[in-house]
Each structure stands twice: as C-alpha cells, then as structure tokens.
Design a protein around this ligand. Structure first.
Ligand code: SAH
Length: 352
C-alpha cells in the first residue's frame, strides 16, 4: 500500500478491526458494531452507520474506504432469470445470475475475472483470466442477488452456486473466506448445505477441501468419463485424467460422506453414443453420486451442438437402469446470455 492510500476496511478481520479501535483509544465493542454494518447489513457508506458517532465516522473515512461493487447493468430474461454485470473497484466486470424456480431462488456467482482454463465449449474461457475476486467481491454478488430476490420476487435467496465465471478451486482461499462470511451468523447466516461449488475437478484441491472438512456441496463438470474425449473438451484433463479425479473423489467421500453431482452436457457426435453413457455409469459407481444432464447453451456457430432427445433419453435409461439418479436440467436465461457457459461480458465487449 502506498503512503496515504486508504485501505479497504473489509479486508480487515473482526480481530484486526478490534485492534484498530483499541489503538485509537476506543472500545473493542465499536469494532463489532462497525463489522455488523459492513457485513450483516452490507452498508456502502460510513455516514449510514447511525449508531456510530460522527467523529468516529469521520475518523473511519479518513483511514478507510468501502470498496462495494456496483451493479452496472441488470438484464431480465423472459423466464424470470436476472443477469447482473457488476463493476468492481478497478472497473473490471464480472457477471452473476439470479435463477428463480417455484421452490428456490438461486444465486450463480463468479469467482474470477475471466478464467484460465480453456474448456472449448465455454464462453468465459475466451476472456482469459484477469484476476481473482476478493472475498468481499464474491460476498457482494450474493448480497446484490439477495436484494433483487426480495425486491422482484418478494422471496428470500435460498441457494448459491459457484457456477459463474472462473474456476473456484483456483481462487480457493478467497472463495472459502467468502463462504465463511456467507454462512456466519454475523454475515448472511445461510446454511452451507445450500451452497454448491462447481469445479472442473482439480484432484489436489478436492483432497484439500476434504481435509478442510468443508460443509458445502461439490459438483464436478465431468462431460465425459473417457480421457480422450474429456481432454478434447477440457484441456485440464491432460494434467489430471479421470482416474486421478476418481481417486480424489473417493478421498472426498471417505472424509466427508457427501455425495457429489456430475454436470454433464451431451453433444452431437462427441459423447452422444452408448460407449460414453456406459463409461459415465461406470464412473458414477466410484462413490455415491448423481448426474445433472445440462442442456448445451450455444456460444457461437462453432463445432458444438446439443445432442438429440434420443441421445439424452438413452443416457437416462442407461444411468437409471443402473440405479443412478439422473436429472435433465432445462437451460435458463438463454435469451440474455445468462445460461451456463454464456457469461462473457458480451455487453461490455459490444461497447468497445
Ligand atoms: N469452472 C467451474 C464453474 C463455471 S462453469 C466449472 O467448470 O465447473 C459452470 C458449468 O457450466 C460447468 O458445469 C460448465 O461445464 C458448464 N458450461 C460451460 N459452458 C457451457 C455451455 N456452453 N453450455 C452448457 N454448460 C456449459
């Protein structure tokens, strides 16, 4: 930090804030009040902290900023889905999505600006990774969607999925810190079992999560259980092939006793045959799991096309026939490029 530059107050832990107030000759308790405004109430201005004296507020303003993100553009889909383009303190933009169903309102949040992985079917991959999001930037995306759920649907936010831009396991510390705040009573008080982290599957990090005894759910973007096909779709598979992924998932299950979900798109001419379906069924037997078959959301006129209904039915028949739960998921928010794999700051790109 340069001399005289103000620090983002939300970078401080509660303990650090307490130390700050004690050093200022104030009470430790003052830190708890300020912390509550910052996290539980998500205030964006020191002036709104009504139980803090004017002189203390001025002192805070002289020392700190609150780098809250701003919703730059909000788009409404005909199916109720809302996409936020949120501007960060350094003017970078990420997207997050509110997905309403009859039972749930889900926030789909980003963990990085862009993405360093090169999954060939994903629009975010074309942006390249610019930087990791800070814990408060992840937290604020959730708060923005929580507010929109209350405003537009008069319903509470019920679920959070890390399925927006970026690979959460390549920004692990910040994602965990954000989840800690989201689940803490002095944060949003949401139950960890309502949170799902989706990953391409980085074995070392899956084992670390198991060791850390995380309480949220794990989803793996599998798309193929055959190495040659998976490597073609997701180059990360060259570094960690499906056998290694399976080993890490066994470790995860052994430690956590938690089922995993496999996300799976079926593409025409790529993985729409019986051989791939049988390989998936076999992979599912490693540990208790279920499969979400997700519809492909086209990102251009390229080589990928959604498989036929017959191929989807064949997969469901093969999986269910072997006692594996398989759900076919409809795509949401496609008309505003808010569906899985479509987040690519298109509006920003269009303006350049
Ligand atoms: N990096 C994480 C989270 C972001 S992607 C991960 O890979 O899991 C969220 C989900 O959308 C993943 O399952 C991903 O494989 C899927 N996805 C990406 N592009 C897609 C597309 N064009 N159509 C449908 N799903 C897509």
């Amino acid at each position: 930090m340069k001399m005289g530059e103000k620090k983002d107050i939300r970078k401080l832990s509660l303990e650090e804030l307490q130390e700050f107030f004690l050093a200022e000759g104030d009470k430790k308790f003052r830190a708890n009040q300020v912390y509550d405004w910052l996290w539980n109430k998500s205030l964006k201005n020191f002036d709104d902290m009504t139980n803090i004296s004017l002189s203390t507020r001025e002192m805070l303003k002289a020392n700190f900023t609150i780098n809250h993100l701003k919703v730059d553009l909000m788009q409404h889909s005909s199916d109720g889905t809302i996409k936020n383009a949120v501007k960060l303190y350094d003017d970078k933009i990420v997207e997050s999505v509110l997905i309403p169903t009859s039972k749930r309102i889900t926030a789909c949040v980003s963990s990085q600006v862009g993405c360093s992985l090169d999954c060939n079917f994903c629009a975010t991959a074309r942006l390249k990774r610019m930087r990791n999001l800070n814990p408060d930037e992840i937290y604020d995306q959730v708060v923005a969607i929580k507010d929109e759920a209350e405003k537009y649907f008069q319903r509470p936010l019920t679920n959070i999925v890390f399925m927006g831009m970026g690979e959460p396991l390549l920004n692990y510390a910040n994602v965990i810190s954000a989840i800690d705040k989201i689940t803490a009573p002095e944060g949003l008080g949401m139950a960890a079992r309502r949170i799902t982290l989706s990953t391409v599957g980085i074995p070392k990090m899956i084992k670390k999560m198991a060791d850390d005894e995380v309480k949220f759910n794990l989803a793996i973007s599998l798309h193929s259980a055959i190495n040659s096909t998976r490597s073609r779709l997701m180059p990360i598979n060259d570094k960690s092939p499906v056998e290694e992924l399976a080993d890490s998932l066994k470790y995860w299950y052994h430690k956590t006793q938690r089922k995993v979900t496999y996300e799976y798109v079926i593409w025409d001419g790529i993985n729409d045959d019986e051989e791939h379906a049988l390989a998936l069924a076999k992979f599912c037997k490693h540990i208790p799991s279920k499969v979400n078959i997700i519809q492909y959301n086209p990102i251009d006129e390229g080589e990928f096309r959604q498989a036929s209904q017959e191929a989807v039915d064949m997969y469901v028949r093969i999986l269910e026939g072997r006692g594996i739960v398989a759900k076919v998921r409809k795509s949401r928010g496609q008309d505003i490029d808010a569906a899985c794999g479509q987040l690519a700051n298109k509006n920003e790109v269009a303006e350049i």
